[in-house]
Structure formats: structure tokens, C-alpha cells
Design a protein around this ligand. Structure first.
Ligand SMILES: Cc1ncc(COP(=O)(O)O)c(C=O)c1O
Length: 388
């Protein structure tokens, strides 16, 4: 028997309580029973995103939320700015091209955070930019971008912000309204630790102004239809929603609210710190050099010279049952990523580090086995966060 651990930055591990809710007998989406859950889940997501704006739950993975934001906010030919810090920034660029937008891109080194002042300069140069898109947490590198600073800048221009907060929500403080963020996108399988298959988007009044004027062809992800359905009594969705996932999200939100957002952020901070320190103690290097650019959802680790990254993660998965993520795009084969997002505790990190050490040893890497585990344990023990 090999016990399995999913240590990726999405999908993330799901608790038994959430799985039990997800497995409830299906209820009809027009039934009063579901309606009550739908209203509650949407209300809790607003708290999660810290917004009074409307929040819509879409039946799609996170990318559907990104596509919905773009096809609703813009019209073909609109000038948009993408500040790309990695593979998911590239996805915003690809989507912009597919939908015929006039794309201006600022590309950062993968492993570096964006500089909000570059966005100010771009907006000053091109004041007709309709939207600024970026990732809050860039999952492909582990960088956390300063969404507050970008929101503060963009609010004084005509354009809106579209923020992919898919892997940052739940792990790091995020304030949609206070930070002046217009369209914010989240996903069910990340910080919420719910099943895959639902995205949620919040829409500000400034964004509605654009959406109401948009001439972009769209059908399934039409947010005007979503708003019309949400305004019915009781609120509905234009199409059959992902009923069981919404039921699971409602429960996942209860668990998060019970823990408290601040405590959840503090837990993620500690999980990230223990992972960073343990990895460095093993003698490996982190991709994100500047500690202030590092997020709390995922740790990207450089694969050491002479080690095959694919073999490394294969050993961890097949011998130890520990699934981690590899590099994406141009970082494929160059990094491995350990997720510490969602329903994750200190022993998950200790397990992942232990597996990493043993797999490295198998591949002939020179290390003092157990040193990384001891370092993680030390961080957890000295912090006294767990088991107070
Ligand atoms: C930052 C970010 N954006 C977008 C996505 C895409 O989401 P999905 O794979 O759910 O479509 C992910 C998923 O890994 C992500 O982490």
C-alpha cells in the first residue's frame, strides 16, 4: 500500500468533510434546497474575495474565468496590457491574441515580480488602454505580485484591472474592494481545496461599464446573462450549474471561515517558510531569488545540475506516493514545485521534504539525509503555530 499525498499548487488536497458534501445525492438546481446553498456559497465567496461586487460561479476551470473576463470586458481591437511574470501571464497574452485584442505586453524574468511603476508608465504612454491583466500569485514561478499597488495606479485611469487570483486567494491576504480591483478570478481547486471544475469572478461597477458596451462574440460565458439570472428571485444561473461542486465550495468556505482568514494566511506563511528553509538546508536553490517576491502558495526549486527533474518527481510519486509539480513552459525540466496551498498542514510539508531527500539520494545527489526534514521541523516547532 502506498499512501498518496497531493502536494501540487492545484488541484490541492480535499478534506473528508468537503468530499462528503460533494458526494451528497444530487439536488435539482431549481430546488429550494439548492437555492439556499447557492445563495450561501456566493455570499461566502464575496467574503473570501473581500468584495461587495457581484460574484458569479462559472462551470469551468480557472481558464474559463480568464476567458470570461476577456470576452466580456473588451471588444475586438481594444488595447490591453498584460504584465506577464510567467506561464499564466502568457495565457492572458494568448487569450488576448485569440480574441483579437491589441496587445501590449510587459514580460518579466520568470521568478521576478512585476514592477507597478512599469504599468503606470505604460498607461501614461497609452491612456486608451482598456484593461490591465496580471496574476496575483503566478503559480508557474511562485511569485506574488503586488495587486494592491497595481489597483492603486489603475484606478486613476479609464482602464480596468483583471486579476488572476486563482492560486493566491486563501493563501495570502487579498482585498478586492479596498485594493480597487475590477475583475477578480478564482478557482475551486486551489486555496479552497474543493473539487476541480468551478471558477468564480467578481465584477466591479467600472467593469460593468465596459461589459455593457462590449461587442465581443460570446455565449456560454456571458456575464450579462449571469447577472440577469442572479437577479431573479431566487437567484439562478443561466445554465445548469456545477451543483455538486457548489455544494462542496459551500462546505469548504465554512472550514475556511471557521479557521479565519488571518489564521489561514499565517498558516500558509509558515508552511512556505518551512519549505523554503528546508529546501535551502538540503542544498537546493529557490527560483525566486528575492524573498519579498515569494508567495505562500507554492515553492519553486531549481533542479540541481546533473539531476533529471522528471526522474526526481517520478521517484517521489511512484516510490513514495508524493505528487509534486514540475516546471511549466520554459521552466519545464528546470524546476520542481511543491504546493502548500489549501488544506495543508505541517506534516504534509515534512512528508514532501522527506520524500524529496530520499529521491535525491536515489539519484546520487550528495546530501545529509534528514537535514531538510529537521529544518522544517525546527521552523514548525519554534513557531508554536500548530497545536497551540
Ligand atoms: C495562476 C493561475 N492561473 C490560471 C490557472 C488556470 O486554471 P485552470 O487550470 O483551472 O484552468 C491556474 C491553474 O493552475 C493558475 O494557477
Amino acid at each position: 500500500m502506498i499512501k498518496k499525498y497531493i502536494m501540487t499548487p492545484g488541484p490541492t488536497p480535499i478534506s473528508g468533510q468537503v468530499l462528503r458534501e460533494h458526494g451528497r445525492p444530487l439536488m435539482h438546481h431549481r430546488s429550494p434546497e439548492f437555492s439556499e446553498i447557492f445563495i450561501k456559497a456566493t455570499g461566502k465567496l464575496k467574503k473570501f474575495m473581500k468584495t461587495e461586487n457581484e460574484v458569479f460561479i462559472l462551470t469551468s476551470s480557472g481558464t474559463g474565468g480568464m476567458e470570461a473576463a476577456i470576452t466580456n470586458a473588451f471588444s475586438p481591437g481594444d488595447k490591453v496590457l498584460v504584465a506577464s511574470t510567467g506561464n499564466f501571464g502568457q495565457r492572458f497574452k494568448k487569450l488576448s491574441k485569440v480574441f483579437g485584442l491589441d496587445l501590449i505586453a510587459i514580460d518579466y524574468e520568470w521568478g521576478e515580480a512585476l514592477d507597478p511603476e512599469d504599468i503606470r508608465e505604460a498607461l501614461d504612454r497609452d491612456p486608451d488602454i482598456k484593461g490591465v491583466m496580471f496574476q496575483f500569485s503566478e503559480t508557474s514561478t511562485g511569485v506574488l505580485n503586488d495587486a494592491m499597488a497595481v489597483g492603486e495606479i489603475v484606478k486613476d485611469y479609464d482602464g480596468i484591472t483583471i486579476v488572476d487570483a486563482i492560486s493566491g486567494l486563501g493563501a495570502s491576504e487579498f482585498k478586492t474592494d479596498e485594493w480597487n480591483l475590477d475583475i477578480v478570478i478564482g478557482g475551486s481547486q486551489k486555496g479552497l481545496s474543493a473539487p476541480t471544475g468551478a471558477a468564480f469572478v467578481s465584477v466591479s461597477p467600472k467593469a460593468w461599464n465596459l461589459i455593457e458596451k462590449s461587442t465581443m462574440p460570446r455565449f456560454y460565458f456571458n456575464l450579462l446573462d449571469a447577472r440577469e439570472a442572479a437577479n431573479r428571485k431566487p437567484p439562478q444561473t443561466p445554465w445548469t450549474p456545477a451543483i455538486s461542486i457548489i455544494v462542496a465550495i459551500n462546505k469548504a468556505m465554512d472550514l475556511l471561515l471557521e479557521e479565519g482568514f488571518e489564521r489561514s494566511f499565517a498558516r500558509h506563511k509558515l508552511l512556505a517558510e518551512a519549505t523554503h528553509k528546508a529546501v535551502e538546508r538540503i542544498g537546493l536553490k529557490l527560483l525566486v531569488k528575492d524573498p519579498k517576491d515569494r508567495g505562500q502558495s507554492v515553492t519553486s526549486i531549481m533542479v540541481p545540475e546533473g539531476i533529471d527533474g522528471k526522474k526526481l518527481s517520478n521517484i517521489m510519486r511512484t516510490k513514495h506516493g508524493v505528487t509534486i509539480a514540475g516546471g511549466q513552459g520554459k521552466l519545464k525540466g528546470k524546476i520542481i514545485r511543491i504546493g502548500h496551498l489549501g488544506w495543508v498542514g505541517m506534516f504534509d510539508i515534512i512528508t514532501a521534504i522527506s520524500s524529496l531527500e530520499m529521491a535525491l539520494k536515489d539519484l546520487g545527489f550528495d546530501l545529509d539525509i534528514g537535514a531538510g526534514v529537521a529544518e522544517a521541523q525546527r521552523v514548525f516547532y519554534e513557531n508554536k503555530f500548530f497545536g497551540e
